[in-house]
Design a protein. Structure first.
Length: 606
């Protein structure tokens, strides 16, 4: 019998309230919700595969992140294809379920009520006898009902619920650990099948007790094992709500809202969805950071695919300055370090403990300096926005100045007209000469007139040159005055924007230096404490294996790009055998590009 069937035993239609439960269960549920925020790093082993997750709770917000296995593969059934290594983010916020796959160009959202909830609420661990995917703690409490009895079983409290269908659900709670569950068993009415969860607590964490390991069995057969590597309550770095940045999305993504498919999609600006026209207008004004979006589009155009390679193979995917300034991002750095070197068991626990030791003084310092940092960052953002506007205005002024300039060579069109007129006159003279072929005197007069006309043209041309030289001989002051009187000239635009631009750039540099000094203690903790401490954890064998994997991944990536280029070259080479030069891929002049031209001996010049 599957775990899903067993879970249906205690999902009756009638609703119950928390007060109708025994005091022991009530106290346990209160312990699981008595926090401002909670963050859990954990993994689940099913058969030979281990999958890593992150769960966070803050107020009414819930975050669930599926990070994949130690190879960074999230969807093994599609290994090597797009999104097979894309981390999956699910955020329940403001009554909506937001979901995002790394490297996707779309962000999806639907109502929380109509969801097919993929999240795993770790707060239900030990309250349910099986993997509680898709069931929240609140839903579990609302559905649970039956006839309850409580008795002592040694040092434990044994709570039994007889369910409406005749099945039973039992808990063994440990009063010495705040009533934390030690074991949970469900049996069907016929007593043929059982589902069991066993919990162990290797470290004390009063006043909240959370297991370090849970095993789930069905009919005595081990199905899954969950390990909880880091559990953090009421961390000042987490706050009372989950920020949008945890969703992994960035400005420029299209938003697909459930039930509105086919309509024009709004665009995500980093904090909310806005109409496409408004977003791109703001982007043109430099008010939106499109760096990540442009990088993703460039990777897709280069044929690198979407989410085919784990992020921890790419050190540049974590921006150094932002990483060192934000202790909350150190978790991602630690997680990637664990995946990169494939740390195990106690190594993983020590890595997360070391992270918390480093984050504690970092958060304390940020709390002391938050006013100064906020003031400097606000001022910097204001100056940066003003500088962006000045630069955009200068570029637009240059464009307008280029449009307002006269034609580069006005004499060319006049010369073309004169040439056309002269050509027509020559034709008439030729035909006239043919008609008066026997009249030699007329022919001589025509020659004299032609030579006189040529002399007249030369004199006129010389006169024009004199006029141009006279005009060019004007004073530089007059030219400067003329240039200054033309507000559309590019030089005038440069002069107008040079001073404010230079002043703003200087101010921005000073603010950057000020922020650098403010963040210097945080960078010192990251560089001198966190990184060296983590570097001591992997063994030499793990380091060598990581280098080998990264070398292989780099080789595969290079080979994939080489094969793509080779296919392109092969297609161009095959086209040489066609009859038409244009069909062979050659330009209208008949000359092929260098990489298509064959060299003697059959070698291609690439």
């Amino acid at each position: 019998m599957s775990c899903l069937v067993l879970l249906c035993w205690f999902a009756p239609v009638l609703q119950s309230t928390e007060s109708s439960l025994p005091p022991d269960l009530n106290y346990l549920i209160q312990q699981r919700t008595a926090y401002q925020n909670m963050s859990v790093e954990w993994s689940v082993q099913a058969r030979a595969r281990v999958t890593y997750y992150t769960s966070r709770f803050a107020g009414l917000d819930r975050l669930f992140v599926k990070r994949g296995d130690l190879d960074g593969v999230v969807a093994p059934e599609t290994r090597g294809q797009d999104f097979s290594c894309s981390v999956q983010h699910y955020l329940i916020k403001d009554g909506n379920l937001w979901s995002y796959l790394d490297d996707d160009l779309h962000l999806r959202v639907g109502s929380e009520e109509s969801r097919i909830d993929p999240t795993f609420d770790v707060r239900t661990v030990g309250l349910m006898p099986a993997d509680p995917s898709g069931v929240t703690l609140e839903e579990f409490v609302a559905r649970l009902e039956g006839v309850f009895s409580v008795r002592d079983d040694g040092e434990l409290r044994h709570v039994t619920a007889v369910l409406p269908d005749g099945g039973t659900l039992e808990w063994w709670l440990d009063p010495t650990k705040g009533g934390a569950p030690h074991r949970c068993i469900a049996r069907d009415a016929a007593r043929r099948h059982t589902a069991e969860a066993s919990l162990s607590y290797d470290r004390s964490a009063p006043p909240f007790w959370f297991p370090t390991q849970v095993t789930w069995k069905v009919d005595g057969v081990l199905k899954k094992t969950a390990n909880f590597h880091s559990v953090c309550y009421d961390d000042q770095g987490l706050g009372d709500s989950i920020p949008w940045t945890e969703l992994g999305a960035f400005p420029g993504l299209s938003v697909i809202r459930a039930g509105q498919e086919g309509k024009r999609m709004p665009i995500w600006d980093g904090f909310e969805e806005v109409p496409a026209n408004e977003f791109w207008s703001r982007a043109k004004r430099g008010e939106v950071d499109l760096e990540k979006f442009n990088e993703l589009v460039a990777r897709i155009r280069n044929g690198e695919g979407q989410g085919r390679t784990p992020k921890f193979y790419d050190p540049a995917s974590l921006e150094p300055r932002i990483l060192t300034h934000a202790p909350s991002l150190w978790e991602d750095y630690t997680r990637r370090f664990i995946q990169r070197f494939r740390l195990e068991g106690e190594q993983i626990d020590r890595a997360w403990m070391h992270l918390k030791e480093c984050q504690k003084p970092a958060y304390a310092y940020l709390d002391e300096q938050k006013s100064a940092i906020r003031e400097a960052e606000t001022e910097r953002a204001k100056v940066a926005a003003e500088l962006a506007k000045v630069e955009v205005a200068a570029e637009l002024a240059k464009v307008e100045a280029d449009r307002a300039k006269p034609a580069a060579n006005p004499s060319r069109s006049a010369g073309a007209k004169a040439k056309s007129s002269a050509g027509a006159g020559t034709k008439d003279e030729t035909s006239g000469s043919a008609r008066t072929k026997d009249d030699a005197s007329d022919r001589d007069r025509t020659k004299d007139e032609a030579s006189g006309s040529a002399r007249t043209k030369d004199e006129a041309s010389a006169g024009d040159r004199v006029k141009v030289d006279a005009s060019a001989g004007g004073s530089s002051q007059e030219r400067s005055a003329a240039k200054a009187s033309d507000p559309t000239s590019a030089d005038a635009a440069d002069d107008a924007g040079a001073k404010p631009r230079a002043a703003l750039q200087d101010e921005l540099e000073k603010l950057d230096e000020r922020l650098k000094k403010l963040y210097e203690p945080i960078e010192k903790i990251f560089e001198e404490k966190l990184k060296p401490g983590l570097a001591k954890l992997p063994t030499q064998a793990q380091i060598d294996a990581a280098r080998a994997r990264e070398g292989e991944a780099s080789w595969k990536r290079d080979a994939r790009l080489w094969n793509r280029d080779a296919r392109s070259r092969s297609g161009l080479t095959r086209s040489r055998n066609r009859s038409s030069p244009l069909k062979r891929g050659a330009p209208p002049g008949g000359r092929r590009p260098p990489f298509q031209r064959a060299v003697r001996g059959g070698v291609m010049r690439v």
